[in-house]
Design a protein around this ligand. Structure first.
Ligand SMILES: [Zn+2]
Length: 313
């Protein structure tokens, strides 16, 4: 049984490859800007980095796990599409990697991978019933129930950012209406902040932004100062987040909901209203059984999950 795996985290910005021990230690790692120009250039670089890390480890045939920024079918290895990377629609990544590496790689959606990373090594270490929410530019995540990652029949399960929280809500990046993402994603908070900043109430946001855009981080600064418009804006996003959490609590009865990603860093002005709202959207007994915590793994969550899944395979 392998004691180490090579993990790949393919992001829209960076391509990261690391040697990861079964205990979650990372003895070596490399990070490069994700090559532009589509899958071929990315895979060429990925395979070269995997080779370098393997050579450094002195083991050629280590298991490989790859976290992908989009939905994919783990059974067929076909990536459905990647919202932030061009050219990956219906791309047979599993087959392509197998021909380059001479062995199969474990492919996983990065939100699902991050959920596994949290359950094995992070805030949810040892937890068997967990919902992980990655609040970034979009909203991703994953669900582990009874110790098992839920991937669904074609790999599309665990899309926690796309539960409906408003019947008459705005159109989401996924094409649906009223998704959690349309309230709590970085893009949604930034859009709402821009709208507020254009009104009389948005004076403090305009001051903080100067000539630049009103970023979610600036909204949090204003909210922590007590600015009413910024406080209201993040409380609304937080209530949407709490409503979605209530759905997960009723469906999966988890012991832990872990919140990670840059937007989780906005802290109390967002997460306070979220935690307070959960009880309005689920059974009281199920609410009493669940804790809400921040991720403790930073940027390595998906990388560690990909390694754990490769070691399990
Ligand atoms: Zn959506």
């Amino acid at each position: 049984m392998a004691e180490r795996a090579i993990a790949v985290d393919l992001g829209g910005t960076n391509l990261r490859v690391a040697l990861v021990g079964r205990d979650g230690t990372i003895p070596s790692r490399q990070s490069v800007p994700t090559p532009g120009g589509g899958p071929d250039a990315v895979i060429e670089r990925m395979v070269a980095l995997i080779g370098e890390i393997a050579a450094g480890a002195g083991e050629r045939a280590l298991p490989v796990g790859v976290a992908i920024p989009g939905p994919l079918d783990p059974a067929t290895g076909v990536v459905a599409y990647t919202p932030n990377l061009p050219g990956w629609r219906r791309f047979p990544l599993g087959e392509t990697l197998r021909s380059h590496l001479g062995r199969p790689a474990r492919l996983v959606n990065d939100g699902n991978s991050a959920a596994v990373g949290e359950a094995r090594f992070g805030a949810a270490k040892g937890c068997r019933d967990l919902v992980y929410l990655a609040l970034g530019t979009g909203v991703g995540g994953g669900i582990i129930t009874g110790g098992r990652l839920i991937e669904g029949s074609t790999g599309l399960a665990g899309e926690v950012g796309h539960v409906t929280v408003a019947l008459d809500g705005g159109r989401c990046t996924c094409g649906a209406v009223g998704c959690l993402e349309t309230f709590a994603a970085g893009w949604a908070i930034k859009r709402d902040a821009g709208l507020v900043a254009a009104t009389a109430e948005g004076r403090r946001l305009r001051e903080l932004a100067g000539d630049g855009p009103v970023t979610p981080a600036l909204v949090a600064v204003a909210a922590l100062e007590g600015d009413p418009a910024a406080t209201r804006l993040l409380a609304r996003a937080g209530r949407a987040l709490g409503a979605a959490m209530g759905v997960f609590v009723n469906l999966f009865n988890p012991t832990l909901i872990v919140v990670g990603g840059g937007i989780a860093g906005l802290g109390e002005p967002l997460l306070g209203p979220a935690a307070a709202a959960v009880a309005d959207h689920c059974f009281p007994l199920a609410r009493a059984a669940v804790r809400i915590e921040r991720s403790a793994l930073g940027d390595d969550t998906a990388l560690l999950g990909a390694a754990a899944l490769a070691l399990d395979a």
